[in-house]
Design a protein around this ligand. Structure first.
Ligand code: SF4
Ligand code: FES
Length: 361
């Protein structure tokens, strides 16, 4: 058997060796931290995914050792493989930072800013992206797209105005079911996710399309408006399920299970698909064997405060830009209440003022 060749690639001044055939995005994920481009449509578990949203654009400043010419345009890192000796710029490229701002502005042209009432708020990739790369206003003055409400069944709610047409749900349904469940109809700004005949999505694994959706276009009807995600605690649970692995994540508040999702990795991707029965019908603590609190690796609202063992993002920014990042404000310096010595992740449950009381108080 021939050995897989390794290629050297440098991303934001950090060099790594990766097997030939690795995409720039996956090479950056191997480095981790800030140099990893955001990805709204690529999903490593879905064969056809990627190349739709352009959030992962990077600058290739050196094509390869053999052909060092830079690539003339920014490229989608999820669809471009590394070459030996390639040099890539992500956060060190002004062009990329500028392009990403433009992409976020474009994604938000039609996406309503209804985070206060959206169930995805707190774990929405577009919310994180706009927070990091967005601008205060939009230059778009025209009417936003509107759609007729389509009922896609008793479990899943479709908000087409929030959809960014990443195709993840379509690929997921195609891979997990035997027939085409739904797809993207029409072209250009008329495109929409639809079942065409207004029918229910009723496959027993279809609930997974909720988990892959990066925004709040597909949400769980059994959890709608019941709680904010940051008030619930994710707990790894399992059960003996005849249909799927039975390994899931229960989002609990006190003793109540508010929703059940698949477990996700640090890139927000599902580790193992779960069936509808586990997801929508098992909402009692007695239905599950509790393994313990989930580790949330993603940097988002859901990783703040009260989750145990939250991994902080690897700080690479000094290596990359050669200086300390500019901190706008350290909350510990300005708050009279907060105590830096109190580790929020060690507090069992949401933080309370008593947790910050010292003997002096
Ligand atoms: S509904 Fe969600 S997963 Fe499906 S295409 Fe739209 S944004 Fe992507
Ligand atoms: S993640 Fe690469 S184009 Fe969407």
């Amino acid at each position: 058997m021939s050995e897989v060749q390794n290629f050297k690639v440098t991303i934001d001044n950090i060099t790594i060796e990766v097997p030939a055939g690795t995409s720039i995005l996956n090479a950056a994920r191997m480095i981790g931290g800030e140099v990893t481009p955001p990805a709204m449509c690529y999903y490593s578990k879905l064969k056809e995914s990627g190349g739709k949203c352009r959030t992962c654009l990077v600058e290739v400043s050196k094509g390869s050792e053999k052909d060092p010419r830079p690539m003339p345009k920014l490229v989608a890192s999820c669809r471009t493989n590394v070459m030996d000796g390639m040099e890539v710029k992500n956060i060190t490229s002004e062009k990329v930072v500028d392009a990403r701002k433009g992409i976020v502005e474009m994604l938000l042209i039609n996406h309503p800013l209804d985070c206060p009432v959206c169930d995805q708020a707190g774990e929405c990739h577009l919310q994180d992206l706009s927070y990091e790369h967005g601008t205060e206003g939009t230059r778009y003055d025209f009417e936003r797209r509107t759609f007729e409400k389509e009922d896609i069944g008793p479990y899943i709610s479709l908000h087409m105005t929030r959809c960014i047409l990443c195709y993840r749900c379509v690929f997921t349904a195609d891979e997990l079911t035997n027939k085409r469940e739904h797809g993207v109809l029409e072209r250009g700004d008329h495109s929409s996710i639809s079942t065409l005949l207004n029918k229910s999505l009723d496959n027993e694994f279809i609930g997974n399309i909720i988990d892959v959706c990066p925004v709040g276009a597909l949400t769980d009807k059994t959890f709608r408006f019941k709680n904010r995600v940051w008030f619930t605690k994710p707990v790894d649970v399992h059960r003996d399920c005849p249909t799927c692995s039975g390994k899931a994540r229960a989002w609990m508040r006190g003793d109540e299970v508010y929703r059940v999702t698949a477990r996700k990795d640090q890139w927000g991707e599902v580790e193992e698909w779960i069936c509808n029965d586990c997801r929508f019908h098992k909402k009692e603590t007695t239905d599950w064997v509790i393994e313990g609190p989930s580790k949330i690796d993603r940097r988002s609202v859901i990783s703040q405060g009260h989750y145990v063992d939250t991994k902080t993002t690897q700080i690479l920014i000094n290596n990359v830009i050669g200086k300390e990042p500019r901190l706008l404000m350290d909350i510990h310096d300005v708050s009279d209440v907060n105590k830096p010595e109190v580790e929020l992740s060690r507090i069992p449950g949401p933080a309370h003022s008593d947790d910050f009381k010292t003997t002096r108080d």
